[in-house]
Design a protein around this ligand. Structure first.
Ligand SMILES: NC(=O)c1ccc[n+]([C@@H]2O[C@H](COP(=O)([O-])OP(=O)(O)OC[C@H]3O[C@@H](n4cnc5c(N)ncnc54)[C@H](OP(=O)(O)O)[C@@H]3O)[C@@H](O)[C@H]2O)c1
Length: 346
């Protein structure tokens, strides 16, 4: 049994972490850190946790954390400087923000700025278990992937090792994603105000979103070749969920991609390959509230167009669920513990 601390517990990601951790059989104590709500019951903000998690938020000096594992579900800021001392004291750390996901000091600094520590950047393991499970097992410090990258990367990874890998144009990958509004966090803003969003789908950051370099960095690391991802995100009038449409072109395709994708993810507990024909495509409804990533792969033989559809819950497989999956791996628990989640239907 272990003790877990959640920094940023008042946010959407923090709230979902608390929800998962409170039912996790290996967690004996939770500390929920919030600067703004210290002293108030957790359920006064996360109302779904009323009579489930009877705990106040605390404003804790991070030097005084004595948990086995610390989740930073907060934007990277001054607190990042305290990560080395936590690691030196034997604690394990999972960060959910973007800092240090890109293991390139120049690119990381350009996208996220702020705290610099080459040793920390060197030590970090990117927390996508389907790709880096063996490294995560040994890691003290894991950077959890972004929500869009999780859906796009899990969709594209099976192309690795494909017989026709060399026939695919990785320099022109087109990725379009639609996300629920919780992707922007709990802080109110004019553009997310109800009258602006309730009947709307709004593209944003159409030429540069900060997740683009993260996606490209991991794909380059995987495919060992030049990769460009033309990524366009949109935010839609639903609270949670992401669906990504990833298009690639190949000069020659003569393989059953669904079969290939199914074999690639054989044994993966949280990736489900959906057939991909018109009747049977991944959708947000089936993954919301779960740690699943549903993937469909389609081929237009006449044009050589490969269309990969990939759906996740941005707050679960795209965030807190994947963080718990990483914790399970880091601490030697069964990887699926606490994540046996199925959504309702419809
Ligand atoms: N939302 C998503 O779908 C999603 C998906 C993947 C990753 N992420 C990442 O996960 C992190 C949290 O996202 P979120 O959506 O939960 O954001 P959020 O709802 O805005 O919550 C973030 C929380 O962090 C705390 N915080 C803010 N600045 C801080 C600081 N300087 N030091 C310590 N705590 C601070 C705040 O709590 P107090 O003011 O109460 O302390 C706030 O409630 C972000 O880095 C985000 O990029 C989000």
């Amino acid at each position: 049994m272990v003790k877990a601390t959640v920094v940023g517990a008042s946010g959407y990601m923090g709230g979902e972490l608390l929800r998962l951790l409170v039912r996790h059989p290996e967690i004996e104590e939770i500390v929920s850190v919030s600067r703004s709500y210290a002293g108030k019951p957790v359920s006064s903000l996360h109302k779904n946790l009323y009579k489930v998690l009877d705990l106040p938020f605390v404003d804790l000096d991070l030097d005084n954390i004595d948990s086995d594992i610390v989740f930073f579900a907060a934007p990277h800021a001054d607190w990042f400087a305290q990560v080395p001392s936590l690691l030196n004291r034997g604690l394990k750390v999972i960060t959910l923000g973007g800092k240090f996901r890109i293991q390139d000091p120049v690119l990381d600094h350009r996208v996220y700025g702020g705290y610099e520590d080459p040793s920390l950047l060197e030590e970090r393991v990117y927390g996508l278990p389907e790709l880096y499970r063996e490294d995560i097992k040994k890691a003290r410090f894991v950077t959890n992937p972004g929500c869009y990258p999780t859906s796009i990367l899990l969709g594209a990874l099976p192309l690795k090792g494909l017989v026709l890998e060399d026939k695919i144009d990785f320099e022109k990958i087109v990725a379009t994603s639609i996300s629920g509004t919780s992707g922007a966090g709990a802080k109110p803003s004019v553009s997310l105000h109800h009258p602006e969003m309730c009947d709307n789908i709004r593209p944003y950051n159409i030429f540069f979103h900060r997740h683009r370099p993260e996606i490209e960095f991991i794909l380059k690391d995987t495919f060992k070749k030049e990769v460009n991802v033309f990524f366009t995100p949109s935010i839609a009038n639903m609270p949670r969920g992401i669906i990504s449409y990833v298009t690639l072109f190949s000069s020659e395709v003569d393989i059953d991609l669904t079969k290939y994708f199914t074999a690639f993810y054989k044994g993966e507990p949280f990736v489900r390959i959906i057939c991909g024909d018109d009747e049977n495509v991944p959708g947000i409804l089936e993954v919301v509230g779960t740690n699943y990533c549903d993937i469909g792969v389609n081929l237009d033989e006449s044009s050589g167009r490969i269309l990969i559809l990939s759906a996740v819950d941005n707050l679960i497989k795209g965030g807190s669920g994947q963080a718990v999956q990483n914790m399970n791996i880091m601490l030697g628990f069964n990887e699926t513990t606490g994540l046996d989640l199925v959504c309702g239907h419809p």
